[in-house]
Design a protein around this ligand. Sequence first.
Ligand code: GLA
Length: 422
Amino acid sequence: MIGFVFLLRLLVSIRPGAEALDNGLALTPTMGWLHWERFMCNIDCDKDPENCISERLYMQMADMMVKEGWREAGYEYVCIDDCWPSHQRDAQGRLQADPKRFPGGIKKLAEYIHSKGLKLGIYADVGKNTCAGYPGSLGHYETDAQTFADWNVDLLKFDGCFMDWTLLGEGYTNMSTALNQTGRSILYSCEWPLYEWPFKKPNYTAIRETCNHWRNYNDVDDSWSSIKSILDWTASHQDTIVPPAGPGGWNDPDMLVIGNFGLSHDQQESQMALWAIMAAPLLMSNDLRHICPRSKGLLQNRRIIEISQDPLGRQGFCTIKVDNFEVWERPLSHKRLAVAVLNRQETGGPRGLVIRAVPGWKICDPQCNVTQILPEYRELGVQPPKSKVVLSVNPSGTALVTLTPISSRFNMYELQKQETIL
Ligand code: GLA
């Protein structure tokens, strides 16, 4: 019963002593698009103009975000990852975009993105070089922060390659200060703990004070084994990483790869459900110009996004592993609970878990209204503590439900109301 002990510990634990980074941003998990997993470091615009890292790619994604309902669904940031800059800084020591692939420059690109009602993210590195070998920001934090502010950039993903690990804290903190001093609101996405874990347990109090979200674990790739490894790492470190998450600062399990090639539809549903339960940034890395309607529908599912963006801002966690099911639960505002039941058995057909086996089901006394969101939307109605509802889950799929407790007093009132009407 890892779940019960952990749940108790979490309930009595003091809310994060640490204050979030005080820039007023990321009060709910960031939503948007980030190029890395899908487009990587493709810089060959002669051979592959459609997919290379160039201003055209971000402009086209922004166009799609407006045209295809992504912006309306909440996806807001269009983010550049590695491989955008020129290999040389300019005469004033500033980073500059590769002139061939970004002929208009980043400022112009930001203007375009803003004209669509969206925001622009950029990428840099705390060390000497970026992971792909482009110039890093070490020794240039103020200059680079100011350059990004002058370009009207809205988010910085700050990587941790090519850096002495003992200086990571100092580097990430100095860049946070430098961004703040520009006076522009720039959301700060860090990878500090990911690079520190091999050497020491990161100080999440400091991280939360410094960053709006932070990567803890390996890069996601387009495979179910990658998603599983991220979930496993998260569950096995949840007592360290869940308490510090909240409005202004979130754990980042990396990009959504929904809409690509490697996940079955059930697995895509699992990623979407679990990322919402984990209060993770929803940064898609896919090709919005070519995406199947089913994946699009899943990524734009309003009921799942509502869980992700719940204003209470508590990260969910794994409460029980039983019979090859994992149950993950996230407390929501108005005393509601989101529950994801993941079927980890990858053989056979759909398997059922009776809803009263969910540890959080205890809030359903005297009763709960149950809404199923995945695999399909169904109102399961008002259920008593001894409910016989069984959630059926496909192999590597997830059933996602919300529980809304109904107090007896409320029912009496409802009953009286009905009687009066009658
Ligand atoms: C690291 C990061 C990735 C991506 C690449 C770019 O691996 O973790 O998310 O930014 O660098 O080189």
